[in-house]
Design a protein around this ligand. Structure first.
Ligand SMILES: Nc1ncnc2c1ncn2[C@@H]1O[C@H](COP(=O)(O)OP(=O)(O)OP(=O)(O)O)[C@@H](O)[C@H]1O
Ligand SMILES: [Mg+2]
Length: 400
């Protein structure tokens, strides 16, 4: 029996019941987006309102659907999951609504569909965006009247179910494109829960990695020496397109292939492809308001451009004694670079850009404990450029 289930939808959760709720739902994370999501689930679960869950693949939509059911008054009744994308269109109707004997070749007897099996419980329609339009109409009827016909039948069946649906598509866009019925969309979308991508809650990565490692080692009786702090820090730099599923897979893969040895920052590189330049710019510092994060992101892009210009200039300077290497376009390139440099150096905003750059470097140095190698990595600068900037801005560790 689940613990501390709130009875009213406005109830605020106490910390202890909050922890218990995290454990019960299996939805880990202390970041703001996860907390908000868990709170929404607790608020809406007690009602019979339909819930539409959206989010990228691997973010935990299925866990959210389970949590809604688990926290509802229907928790002792079944939760029936239907993967709408995995069932062939030809049999989908009969799978959902059941069929009568002889309704098609092979229907040797009457059969209940998922809706009847979910009676008094919840039905979770996963990948709802894949549902063919012919079935969408029929589903709408069940949503509106809670009744349906079995395939080949004429008797109306009543059903008492709670609807939970999930999609990793933008359903609103699918409505605009004419692939998804608008009326069905609005019916399903009575409450919308968006599950954030892992890159939008990077502060949860160390906790998740450690939990997945501990679970995996316990289940497989593996002794694991753990992650270094640097490795956990570095994991937050990756953009995790496969979200939590990818994190879990990579953690398990590393433990097996490294035979339980400690995972270091360097060790990660074999398993995680960090090349995407976005990885160097994000993670922008955690727990900050969106506009601040965006500002820092822009500064990082600027820093990177400036650093690339500096590197190119060094290359060209070196090339001035090696004309044959850079060839005829050298002059043209120099001019382009000069234009860009002029823009940043002579622009009215130059002072504030420089101030921001100084501030950005200063705060990164503090955060990394004046570890210049780490700071350079976070900032996406070469160590040499960082040293130059430290001198240029007269930054000193005893200033702070
Ligand atoms: N917050 C979380 N805490 C712990 N484990 C999580 C969390 N979110 C997801 N997981 C785990 O990550 C994996 C993927 O989650 P899930 O299957 O729910 O994703 P999904 O959004 O349904 O993906 P898809 O769209 O590909 O079906 C599962 O093993 C799940 O247990
Ligand atoms: Mg899923």
């Amino acid at each position: 029996m689940p613990v501390n289930r709130p009875t009213s939808i406005n109830e605020n959760m106490e910390f202890e019941s909050w922890r218990a709720w995290q454990k019960e739902s299996g939805i880990l994370g202390n970041s703001e987006p996860v907390r908000r999501m868990l709170e929404t689930i607790a608020q809406v679960a007690a009602t019979d309102i339909s819930v539409l869950i959206s989010g990228e693949s691997g973010t935990g939509k299925e866990l959210v659907a389970r949590a809604v059911h688990l926290r509802s008054k229907r928790h002792d009744a079944p939760l029936i999951t239907v993967n709408c994308g995995a069932i062939p269109e030809g049999i989908l109707e009969s799978e959902l609504f059941g069929h009568e004997k002889g309704s098609f070749t092979g229907a040797i007897g009457p059969r209940k569909g998922y809706f009847e099996l979910a009676d008094t419980g919840s039905i979770f329609l996963d990948e709802i965006g894949e549902l063919p339009t012919s079935i969408q109409v029929k589903l709408l009827r069940v949503l509106e009247n809670r009744e349906f016909l079995r395939v080949g039948g004429s008797e109306l069946h009543k059903v008492n179910v709670r609807f939970i649906a999930a999609t990793n598509r933008d359903l609103e866009q699918e409505v605009h494109k004419g692939n998804f019925r608008e009326d069905l969309f609005y019916r399903l979308n009575a409450i919308h829960i968006h599950v954030p991508a892992l890159r939008e809650r990077r502060e949860d990565i160390p906790l998740l990695a450690k939990k997945f490692a501990a679970d995996f080692c316990r289940e497989n009786l593996i002794e694991f020496e753990g992650f270094t702090e640097d490795a956990l820090f570095r994991m937050q730099d990756y953009h995790w397109p496969g979200n939590i599923r990818e994190l879990k897979n990579i953690v398990e893969q590393m433990i097996v292939l490294e035979r339980g040895r400690q995972i270091t920052e360097h060790g990660l590189e074999k398993y995680i492809k960090f090349q995407d330049p976005m990885d160097k710019r994000l993670p922008v510092p955690l727990q900050k308001p969106r506009d601040e994060v965006e500002k820092e992101f822009l500064i990082r892009v600027l820093l990177e451009i400036k650093s690339e210009i500096a590197q190119l200039r060094e290359l060209i300077m070196a090339g001035s004694t090696n004309h044959y290497r850079l060839g005829a376009w050298r002059g043209e390139l120099t001019e382009d670079i000069q234009d860009v440099e002029d823009f940043y150096n002579n622009n009215e905003q130059d002072k504030s850009v420089a101030d921001m750059e100084r501030e950005m470097i200063r705060s990164t140095l503090i955060k990394s404990g004046w570890n210049k190698r780490k700071a350079a990595k976070i900032l996406g600068l070469s160590e040499r450029t960082l040293y130059r900037k430290i001198n240029q801005y007269r930054l000193r560790d005893d200033d702070f």
